[in-house]
Write a protein that binds this ligand. Structure first.
Ligand code: NDP
Ligand code: 2IT
Length: 452
């Protein structure tokens, strides 16, 4: 019988090896630490999981593709970006995960996102493996024509690696409906196949699922509501701080408002807006989705209830709930201390790994309900899997049906994480619950399918 402490020592050894074998990938190291550090209880309790090589296989992507993406801007100048697709684990289904276009993208960032995606996708209970991709291309300030040429060049290589039964990309930072449209068009042209299931997040008129654009934000609010319910509270009347002003933030704000909460902030990389009357979503959508503008314009047009704070930390705004929805490591220990001082009750991650490890520990030690991204933001990829199901059946469901399925999935994820944490002596610890529950499902499939 292996003890928890022997298992922990073995995991520490493996983590050191991961750092050596994957130099200069701090985000991937962080994600691997976050998962592996919670697995000791399950490895000690279930010896089959401690089989040599299982975790070693789990932390090594099945395939990694890196490619050149040359494109011409509107003045005819040639730019060269780097494209990535990391196909991490396909034990549960085709690789599934978004594409991120942001100048900070590198292999380590894509690997952290792909690794998270394995467990997140497992938690949905649906048949999807884990993958992620993207490019260091920066779409800010680029014309539609430039974005189209970039997407076409990106897909001219990516098409070889994807397919409805192989790998199904979707959106992430910098990739929304516009980009998915250009990518799908180029895939269709190159392959001469109308293969709806090759990408998700498509337009509703050409194979996209209703509610997919809303699914991540809506799902995160449903997860936060479930955490509050567990503590005998609900969303009604709660003040919320939300970071970001993209896809996830917008639909988080929409659902919070619909369920009676009061979201008072949004942000982008230039600073944040606080609006004491609550964010006016029509105005925010107009600025962000139509004009592709910045959040200071919101404060300018909104009038006296709103002000723009350049730079600064949105987490200094007092609130009952915090829903980080921008990017990784955006909520550090100081920010967590500020939230705790102001009496925050729950933090639910719409973004991937937005909370630093030190901040997570501080929030948990302070009794704050903490919903990790791989559980709380799984509604997005779950919505994508529902899009794949509709594409496969050549049908489309009503918005009400998709929303009902999404709600069931989020509540099931919450229950699974909660019960798994209790089973492993960590009551209320959704990080441990999510990691172990996701791990069990993937590990069972990997063991059943042999050493591959
Ligand atoms: P968008 O591109 O639509 O929006 C991103 C928002 O975050 C923008 O407001 C952007 O501001 C801000 N942001 C991005 N990077 C930074 C940075 N380095 N510093 C400060 N602000 C930043 O992306 P999404 O809303 O789709 O994604 C947000 C997060 O949610 C990401 O972590 C993503 O991985 C995660 N996620 C997304 C899902 C989806 O379905 N889209 C599903 C699950 C998780 P600016 O424009 O100034 O850069
Ligand atoms: O991080 C994520 O889960 C996403 N960006 C969504 C992935 C997807 O395939 O819908």
């Amino acid at each position: 019988m292996t003890t928890r402490s022997e298992t922990r020592t073995a995991l520490d050894h493996l983590l050191t090896e991961i750092e050596h074998r994957n130099p200069a990938q701090p985000e991937f190291h962080q994600a691997a630490h976050e998962v592996l550090e919670t697995l000791a209880p399950v490895l000690a309790a279930r010896p089959e999981y401690a089989e040599p090589g299982l975790i070693e296989r789990l932390v090594e992507p099945e395939r990694q593709v890196i490619f050149r993406v040359p494109w011409q801007d509107d003045k005819g100048r040639v730019h060269v970006n780097r494209g990535f697709r990391v196909e991490f684990n396909s034990a549960l289904g085709p690789y599934k995960g978004g594409l991120r276009f942001h100048p900070s993208v590198n292999l380590g960032v894509i690997k952290f996102l792909g690794f998270e995606q394995i467990f997140k996708n497992a938690l949905t209970g649906l048949g999807i493996g884990g993958g992620k991709g993207g490019s260091d291309f920066d779409p800010h300030g680029r014309s539609d024509a430039e974005v189209m040429r970039f997407c076409q060049s990106f897909m001219t290589e990516l098409y070889r690696h994807i397919g409805e039964h192989t790998d199904v990309p979707a959106g992430d930072i910098g990739v929304g409906g516009r980009e998915i449209g250009y990518l799908f068009g180029q895939y269709r042209r190159i392959t001469n196949r109308w293969e709806a299931g090759v990408l998700t997040g498509k337009g509703a008129g050409w194979g996209g699922s209703l509610i997919r654009p809303e699914a991540t934000g809506y799902g995160n609010v449903l997860f936060a509501a479930a955490m509050l319910r567990e503590r005998g509270e609900d969303l009604e009347g709660q003040t919320a701080v939300v970071s970001g002003s993209g896809n996830v933030a917008i639909y988080t704000i929409e659902k919070l408002t619909a369920l009676g909460a009061n979201p008072v902030t949004c942000s982008d990389s230039s600073g944040y807006v606080v609006d004491e009357k609550g964010i006016d979503l029509d105005l925010l959508k107009q600025i962000k989705e139509v004009e592709r503008g910045r959040v200071d314009t919101y404060a300018e047009r909104r009038g006296s209830s709103a002000r723009f704070v350049p730079g600064g930390s949105v987490w200094d705004v007092p609130a009952d709930l915090a829903l980080p929805s921008a990017t990784q490591n955006e909520l550090d220990e100081n920010a967590a201390a500020s939230l705790v001082r102001n009496g925050v009750k729950a933090v639910s991650e719409g973004a991937n790994m937005p909370t630093t490890p030190e901040a997570v520990h501080l929030l948990q030690r302070s009794g704050v309900a903490f919903g990790p991204g791989k559980a709380a933001n799984a509604g997005g990829v779950a919505g994508s899997a529902l899009e794949m199901a509709q594409n496969h059946a050549r049908t489309s469901w009503t918005a009400a049906r998709v929303e009902e399925e999404l709600s069931d999935i989020m509540n099931n994820i919450h229950t699974t994480c909660h019960e798994t944490a209790e089973r492993y002596d960590a009551p209320g610890d959704y990080v441990t619950g999510a990691n172990i529950a996701g791990f069990e499902r993937v590990a069972d499939a990997m063991l059943a399918q042999g050493v591959i």
